[in-house]
Design a protein around this ligand. Structure first.
Ligand SMILES: Cc1cc2nc3c(=O)[nH]c(=O)nc-3n(C[C@H](O)[C@H](O)[C@H](O)COP(=O)(O)OP(=O)(O)OC[C@H]3O[C@@H](n4cnc5c(N)ncnc54)[C@H](O)[C@@H]3O)c2cc1C
Length: 390
């Protein structure tokens, strides 16, 4: 197994003060009761318009986000650079649907693409499809049935045009663009639009990347079918692999609406499907570029092994490793120090609007069955190492 345990490399960019702050943060999010209470309190504060940014910004926000704007995030991009860690500016405002919000998200995302086009430490752009239309449109266009409602069709077209604007800008700046995946009931339409964009912009290399959530039972099959279409259409594919962040929500909806659970029955099944996806793309690198968005050590190790087995350069531009800023530095920094391509997702946006993202991160790092989280363990290890070094 790959050595992801070198905490000296992992946390070289963090001062003792920053590490102690992170220790406290992970201790706090380690308590599921505290996370639940905080979630309720934050929601109440937001409903009553009580300001919360003063408490959140220097703590959990600073740990997981770059800043409220691109400019505010740039010092983090520069801080990561000497360690060969690249950054992906991720405008993480969620759940907004008005025309004005959509326009703001479009402008902000276009700016990130332009930043990527001029800054060598920003290798990808990214966006969430839900930022560019309403939930209703994505859901109605994703049932598989023919849509006749002219209002929905017109809105769907606007979505297509917005996505096209982003992909075209990415193409013009020669910077690949990742399209995130969210709820499965929106994905059919998003997949169709992604494939249209690949056909349009991926004729020389993978510029547009779709995201496959491998916790879904059908994604390996989708990968193979999409690959067939790419061969027929003679275009390249970019695939970002993730396990998927919305498992509980998916299961609850399936149960409530009485349709088969779209998620693999066990964690082991998801792990296997994820790794099979990596293996499949590495067999077809001639056409598919792979972006490995994972904090799972075994899957990251597997990809390094496949690179070696195939005799490829570690820095092959078709293969990327990525983790979220504020998580799994042990994986990112150790891989980067060995010459692999590594980029951190660096979320940014106004504190209030980034809260759903932060809540997901807090929940993800909550202790399971009384175990200390991996992050907490590693930070403790590094603080101890530094103490002994003195
Ligand atoms: C760079 C990057 C980009 C991301 N982009 C997206 C995105 O576009 N869309 C998105 O949804 N998420 C995205 N994520 C979040 C990602 O889905 C979660 O971080 C991820 O699920 C955690 O899995 P892991 O690979 O780190 O490994 P692990 O921590 O080993 O796996 C945990 C995951 O396994 C799955 N799992 C857990 N228990 C079960 C079970 N009982 N049955 C079946 N499956 C189970 C779930 O997906 C769970 O989240 C991104 C993450 C990264 C690092």
């Amino acid at each position: 197994m790959h050595d992801f345990d070198n905490t000296q490399i992992a946390f070289e960019y963090k001062s003792k003060y920053e590490l102690k702050k992170a220790l406290l943060l992970f201790k706090m999010v380690g308590s599921s009761l505290l996370v639940k209470i905080s979630k309720v309190l934050v929601n109440i504060a937001l409903a009553l318009r009580i300001p919360v940014a003063w408490a959140i910004k220097p703590t959990i926000y600073a740990h997981f986000c770059g800043g409220e704007s691109i400019d505010e995030s740039m010092p983090v991009v520069r801080k990561l650079e000497p360690f060969k860690i690249r950054a992906i500016l991720d405008y993480s405002v969620e759940g907004k649907e008005s025309d004005e919000d959509i326009r703001a998200a479009l402008n902000e995302t276009l700016e990130t693409i332009r930043s990527g086009g001029t800054d060598t430490n920003i290798p990808f752009a990214v966006f969430k499809p839900t930022a560019f239309t309403t939930a209703e449109v994505l859901e109605k266009m994703s049932t598989g049935a023919e849509v006749t409602d002219q209002r929905i069709l017109a809105e769907a077209n606007k979505f297509r045009e917005r996505v096209n604007t982003l992909c075209q800008e990415a193409y013009n700046h020669n910077i690949p663009i990742l399209i995130d995946a969210e709820d499965s009931w929106y994905q059919l339409f998003i997949d169709q639009v992604c494939e249209d964009m690949m056909l349009k912009y991926n004729h020389k290399q993978a510029i547009v990347y779709n995201t496959l959530q491998m916790y879904r039972t059908d994604r390996l099959e989708y990968l193979e079918e999409a690959h067939e279409r790419a061969i027929k259409g003679n275009y390249f594919m970019g695939i970002k692999f993730v396990r998927g962040a919305y498992m509980e929500k998916e299961r609850e909806r399936a149960e409530k609406m009485s349709y088969p659970d779209p998620i693999n029955p066990t964690k082991e099944a998801t792990d296997k499907m994820y790794d099979d996806g990596l293996r499949y793309t590495m067999e077809h690198l001639d056409r598919i570029s792979v972006f490995n968005g994972s904090h799972n050590e075994a899957s990251n190790h597997l990809l390094t092994q496949l690179i070696e087995e195939k005799g490829l350069e570690r820095s092959d531009s078709r293969i990327w490793f990525s983790q979220l800023f504020g998580m799994s530095d042990n994986i990112s920094f150790n891989l980067a120090s060995e010459g692999y391509n590594v980029a951190k997702y660096l979320p940014f946006g106004p504190v209030k609007h980034v809260l759903p993202y932060l809540i997901r991160r807090a929940e993800e790092n909550t202790a399971v069955a009384g175990q200390t989280s991996r992050e907490l363990e590693l930070i403790k290890q590094e603080l101890n190492r530094r103490k002994k070094e003195k």
